[in-house]
Design a binder for this molecule. Structure first.
Ligand SMILES: [Zn+2]
Length: 482
């Protein structure tokens, strides 16, 4: 039997639909929009969205659900992790499959596909490469990459730091770039390993391993150098791979990368709410352990600059990672504390709130992005339009799952978020749904509330209640762009 759902009288924030109306959903797909109260489907289920905004379900291309780094593991699983996502309006995650030593890419992918079975939302993976082709056959490597693309995997991830398992030097980067299929998206964690190692060793030798030293061990210059190097190296290689700089944390890195656009525009830059909401003074507080992450938080004045760059980033993702507070507190030594924070549930509210605050503070500095629109009640629509681009449409496009995902348009998957911009709320760690036992944003005030999250036509969250079915999430096949 066909299931019909109408989202009545909502405001749509993307350019594929008229700005207002009734959104029609049939089974798993969006059918279209009719003007409100047109009699179309008398027997359909109806959700009233009057006074609310309707966004495409968010696509978070940087999460670590049920993470196992080889050293640390998170306690969550795909049931918990994707429930948290649904509460945050996220209907697709692109997580990671790690090729551990002695594992083929195929085995790594199958391992993660199995783990993801309980998912409530849709998902895909980036392949983390740890064994380089020099250590085995280059032709075989290329075959295995091609096989991944065939199966719908469009991206890999590399690291410029973390010896010995993940680190890749320049020689290896250049040679591996040549072996990727054309237009493969190559995500890179950018921190110059020598700079990080030298700073860390110096602190260790001085006995300065308290958590308050974490940011000093990973200077922002390490990111700056590595990010520019990656774009430059990739530009030398002729198979037109697409670098994707994950979690850009420093305003000067972003500035530098923008200047590189004069000789290549084929790359993307991601940032995360922690880098535009939080600064390194938090390492001096009693909650320092909450904020251990790589790269670390940056000085307040740089965070302020990054905030004003926010509209120009291609993607806002979370780097969600649900370590338990006991793991975070166990050592009180930054070299031993697992790095990573949760963020899937709060990213939409945090990003919306920051944009609102910036517009209130300095509307003119956004002229370029918002046009000459004066501050009116339309601002929420403009902000949410930008958010829909950075948190749904762009990630879906970059990783080859658009317009199935990332857009409200006829024939797209019915992945929908109903967002009420009006409430002012205080985030409370114990009201959020991850299991780590803390939130980096405890007691932070935010604007807006996620009313309803729908994935492929099924309501997952409605007015604070989770109503999804375990295991309904599906692997989404990506297609490489030409
Ligand atoms: Zn990450």
């Amino acid at each position: 039997m066909t299931r019909r759902l109408i989202i009545r009288n909502g405001s749509f924030v993307n350019s594929y639909l008229p700005s207002q109306g009734d959104l029609l959903i049939e089974d798993e797909k969006i059918v279209g929009v009719v003007s409100t109260n047109t009699e179309v489907w008398p027997d359909a289920e109806v959700i009233d969205a009057t006074g609310k905004f309707v966004l495409p379900g968010l696509v978070d291309p940087h999460t670590h659900i049920q993470l196992d780094t080889g050293i640390y593991k998170t306690d969550d699983d795909w049931d918990i992790g994707t429930k948290v996502a649904a509460y945050g309006g996220v209907t697709t995650v692109i997580d990671f499959a790690t090729q551990f030593p002695n594992m083929t890419f195929q085995e790594a992918l199958e391992h993660r596909l199995k783990e993801a079975q309980p998912a409530h939302i849709d998902y895909s993976f980036h392949m983390i490469i740890t064994t380089l082709p020099d250590q085995y056959d280059r032709a075989l490597f290329q075959q295995e990459m091609a096989a991944l693309v065939q199966q719908g995997i469009t991206s890999v991830k590399l690291f410029t730091t973390y010896r010995p398992n993940y680190y890749i030097d320049d020689d290896a980067l250049l040679s591996i770039f040549q072996l990727f299929p054309p237009s493969m998206v190559v995500m890179v964690h950018c921190e110059n390993d020598a700079m990080v190692s030298a700073a860390t060793q110096r602190l260790v030798q001085q006995g300065q391993t308290a958590l308050s030293n974490h940011a000093k061990a990973r200077p922002p210059e390490a990111e700056y150098e590595a990010a520019a190097r990656i774009i430059t190296l990739a530009n030398l290689v002729d198979n037109s791979i697409t670098p994707y700089i994950v979690h850009c944390s420093w305003s000067k890195t972003f500035e530098l990368l923008q200047t590189l656009r004069t000789f290549t525009d084929q790359f993307y830059i991601e940032t995360c709410p922690q880098y535009f909401w939080l600064d390194d003074s938090l390492y001096l507080t009693e909650n320092a352990a909450h904020y251990i992450m790589q790269p670390p938080l940056r000085p307040a004045e740089d965070v302020k600059e990054l905030q004003f760059q926010l509209p120009s980033f291609d993607v806002v993702a979370t780097d969600h990672c649900d370590y338990h507070i006991e793991q975070k507190l166990a050592h009180q030594d930054f070299t031993k504390t697992p790095g990573g924070i949760t963020g899937l549930e709060t990213s939409l509210q945090l990003t919306f709130t920051l944009y609102k605050q910036l517009l209130q503070k300095a509307p003119l500095s956004f002229g370029e992005f918002w046009g000459s629109t004066p501050l009116t009640s339309l601002d929420d629509r403009i902000i949410l339009g930008r958010i829909a681009k950075q948190m749904a449409e762009m990630p879906a496009k970059i990783f080859g799952i658009f317009p199935q995902k990332g857009a409200l348009m006829p024939n797209s998957d019915a992945d929908v978020v109903i967002f009420d911009p009006k409430p002012t709320l205080t985030l409370k760690a114990d009201e959020l749904h991850h299991i780590g036992g803390y939130s980096p944003y405890n007691n932070y005030a935010v604007y807006g509330k996620i009313e309803t999250t729908i994935c492929r036509g099924q309501i997952l969250v409605h007015r604070g209640k989770f109503v999804g079915d375990i295991g309904r999430g599906r692997f989404v096949k990506g297609v490489l762009s030409k």
